[in-house]
Design a protein. Structure first.
Length: 280
């Protein structure tokens, strides 16, 4: 099949999937062709009659079917972009969000020599920070064995030597080790907010990595703050990604555990998205 034929076939199919949004359909079509055939929109427009090598009708139809079911491309192609990294992803881990890139950038600029992440998922935060700071030590725990496998794939892909990850439940985990930085992007979407979530998130992304009970929405922040009190070095820093609806409440919680200079930081959308504080 020719470049242009494949592109327009894909785009016209996706327009129906995306309720007539031609720009969204075009963007997804370009991504699919890049993943499948390593071809760009520039090449498609420059060489519209070029035949695509190794084209498989069966493979193409299977991809279309999965897209029509609203399965995220990051799971279909096991690939997600995070800052300057390309990470392996599957449905056992959350797809990295742009907001979390901001969190990774903040943590990567800290001066401490050791950092501990609670709930690493794909490994995006710690992996990025470890690559940018090869002279520092990074550690992470997650309760999911599947997430551990995904994270280790990404560590191996980039040959990272200064990041150690392991299975642990933060509600029972204890260690004698202390850190200069503790960071977490824990589950923070309340169950009542499900009605606001898109189908591609609800049907495919891991429930336990997303949702918390309405009556205990800050449960992870409580436990991690408690852990941080005893496992941060003096003047160590705590970083959270948070639910935009609980900025004030999360900051007050962190302050209640004795942290100083607690601050709610907005993301690039202008929403309350991060809380940070310093151990006294």
């Amino acid at each position: 099949m020719k470049n242009s034929e494949l592109f327009y076939t894909l785009k016209n199919t996706l327009i129906r999937v995306y309720d007539g949004d031609e720009n969204a359909a075009k963007a997804v079509a370009v991504k699919v062709l890049l993943y499948l055939y390593n071809t760009s929109l520039t090449e498609i427009l420059t060489y519209p009659d070029r035949e695509i090598e190794n084209f498989s009708v069966e493979e193409f139809q299977e991809i279309l079917l999965r897209i029509k079911r609203f399965e995220p491309l990051e799971y279909i192609f096991n690939n997600a972009q995070f800052l300057d990294l390309e990470l392996f992803t599957d449905s056992s881990v959350l797809i990295p969000r742009p907001e979390t890139e901001e969190l990774a950038l903040m943590v990567s600029k800290e001066n401490g020599v050791s950092c501990f992440e609670v709930g690493f998922g794909s490994g995006c935060i710690s992996l990025y920070c470890a690559l940018k700071n090869p002279d520092k030590k990074f550690f992470g725990c997650d309760i999911s064995e599947s997430a551990l496998k995904v994270c280790k794939k990404n560590i191996e892909k980039y040959g990272v030597k200064n990041l150690e990850v392991f299975l642990a439940d933060i509600f029972t985990f204890e260690t004698s080790q202390k850190f200069d930085v503790i960071v977490s992007n824990p589950p923070y979407v309340t169950e009542s907010e499900k009605i606001l979530m898109q189908k591609n998130v609800l049907d495919y992304e891991p429930f336990t990595a997303l949702f918390v009970p309405d009556n205990d929405a800050l449960r992870f922040y409580k436990r991690i703050s408690e852990f941080a009190v005893s496992h941060l070095n003096p003047k160590g820093k705590l970083f959270f990604e948070i639910n935009e609806n609980f900025g004030k409440e999360t900051a007050q919680l962190v302050e209640s555990y004795g942290f100083k200079n607690v601050e709610v930081v907005k993301d690039f959308y202008g929403k309350d998205r991060f809380v940070k504080g310093i151990k006294k």
